[in-house]
Design a protein around this ligand. Structure first.
Ligand code: EPZ
Length: 418
């Protein structure tokens, strides 16, 4: 199994370009199913989840061409409405295809989603919303059998939680539904705006994306468009955490600093000096990192749950006690056990994790259990003394494009072992 070998402690320097957002590219690829003309997506990150998504599109009958970070999708001929179980199981976000397949074909057969182990990954909000739009959905032997005998129609939907995926599924299902859909308590994440921009470029009629209430007026059908995926704000946060944890001055390029608005105050509280440009940021660490009193993960524009693990790795190097409260997912502290093996001092009680720092980390062999937890182990390995081996790095490859190359470009001693 491939592993990462890190020789620490590393001093990083220089600049890196940040990849396109995984959590935008995936719904955009799903959205292309609705398009009757060719779509071209630029700045797509080259990740296993993206590759699986293009496989799903091909199984549905789409013609897909990938060339580096550009993906062309021709969904003129959709010949299936079923996603094979093996592909459904490979990634959590495969549920995002439901709204698009239903919106295009009126039927869908999907297995239950797989993906990261972040506690139960329910899809009740997705199903409730789609049922309100006229979908009949039967759960049978771990599969979802969905159909819309008379096609999807507009509805008034109020989500009990601003779920990112459920918001995306409603946008996809409502774009070509009969009538208007009013979605309340929608997710505000930048990826929602990116999806709405894409759909509107293809001829949809969506207003209010980025706010709590989104209105979608169904149109007859969608054309195609050329679209640039927004930068990955979580990858950016991860590399900033790596810079701070190793007391390195680094520059990130091709980012959208606005999307990191919840993150900047955390690095400032740690004592980092940040200079922001239109599409770049320079981080200069302090002599000694200050502790982060209280990080609560919240829906955007709160602190993103996906940045919790990488930032926790950084706080092992901060002076004093830092506290995290994970409000979004049930069990998103799987990385704590592995950080302890590296020598960190962390106590977990339910949703609260308390980090005592600074701790002198010593390299050892650790195992990634999920995507962002795996990235946290890499950040910690960069700061640890000696050699750190990170195993099960397929989790990391789901969300970070060749992480060893990006960090290597910043001077890290990191190699991918076969
Ligand atoms: C998206 O997942 C992201 N994934 C996640 O990133 C991210 O952590 C999450 O949003 C929150 O920002 C993609 O975009 C592909 P949710 P999603 O629906 O849509 C509960 C990463 O590391 N919930 O907003 O699944 C759910 O259990 C990944 O890149 C229900 O109860 O997130 C969770 O506790 C991990 N019922 C909370 O809501 C539902 O029907 C947030 O989930 C749906 C969700």
């Amino acid at each position: 199994m491939p592993r990462l070998k890190i020789a620490g402690p590393c001093r990083l320097q220089g600049e890196v370009s940040v990849q396109g957002a995984k959590n935008s590219a995936l719904p955009l690829l799903a959205a292309s199913i609705l398009c009757r003309e060719e779509c071209i997506l630029h700045n797509c990150p080259q990740l296993s989840d993206v590759r699986i998504s293009t496989e799903i599109l091909r199984k549905l009958g789409c013609r897909v061409l990938s060339e580096r970070d550009t993906i062309c999708i021709d969904a003129r001929e959709i010949s299936s409405f079923q996603i094979p179980d093996d592909l459904m199981r490979e990634m959590r976000s495969s549920i995002i295809f439901l709204g698009a397949i239903l919106g295009r074909t009126g039927c869908a057969v999907l297995g239950f989603p797989g993906g990261c182990e972040l506690g139960p990954r329910p899809i009740d909000l997705h199903l409730e919303a789609l049922r309100k739009m006229g979908a009949s959905i039967v759960e049978d032997h771990g599969r979802l059998l969905c159909e819309t005998p008379t096609g999807l129609h507009g509805a008034h939907i109020a989500l009990s939680f601003p779920s990112v995926g459920a918001t995306e599924n409603v946008l996809l299902a409502a774009s070509c539904a009969k009538g208007t859909t009013l979605l309340e308590n929608a997710a505000h994440e930048p990826e929602i705006c990116d999806l709405a921009d894409f759909l509107n470029s293809c001829g949809a009629n969506i207003r209010g994306a980025g706010g709590s209430t989104i209105e979608i007026e169904g149109v007859e059908q969608l054309g195609g468009c050329e679209h640039w995926v927004i930068p990955d704000r979580i990858a950016a946060a991860t590399f900033l955490a790596a810079g701070a944890a190793t007391y390195s001055t680094i520059t990130l390029r091709d980012i959208n600093p606005q999307h990191l608005a919840p993150i900047w105050p955390v690095f400032e509280e740690a004592g980092c000096d940040l200079t922001l440009f239109r599409d770049a940021a320079v981080l200069v660490p302090p002599k000694k990192l200050h502790r982060i009193k209280h990080i609560r993960t919240m829906p955007y524009p709160g602190f993103p749950t996906d940045a919790q693990a990488p930032l926790m790795a950084m706080t092992t190097q901060c002076q004093g006690t830092s506290m995290f409260v994970e409000n979004i997912f049930e069990s998103r502290y799987k990385h704590v056990g592995e950080l302890l093996r590296l020598g960190a001092h962390i106590r977990v009680d339910g949703r609260v994790a308390v980090v005592e720092g600074p701790s002198k980390l010593s390299g050892t062999t650790v195992e990634a259990a999920d995507l962002r937890g795996g990235a946290a182990l890499v950040v910690a390995g960069l700061a640890a003394f000696g050699e750190t081996i990170v195993e099960e790095i397929h989790h990391i490859d789901r969300g970070y494009e060749a992480i060893e190359r990006t960090l290597g470009d910043l001077g890290a001693q990191i190699r991918r072992l076969p």
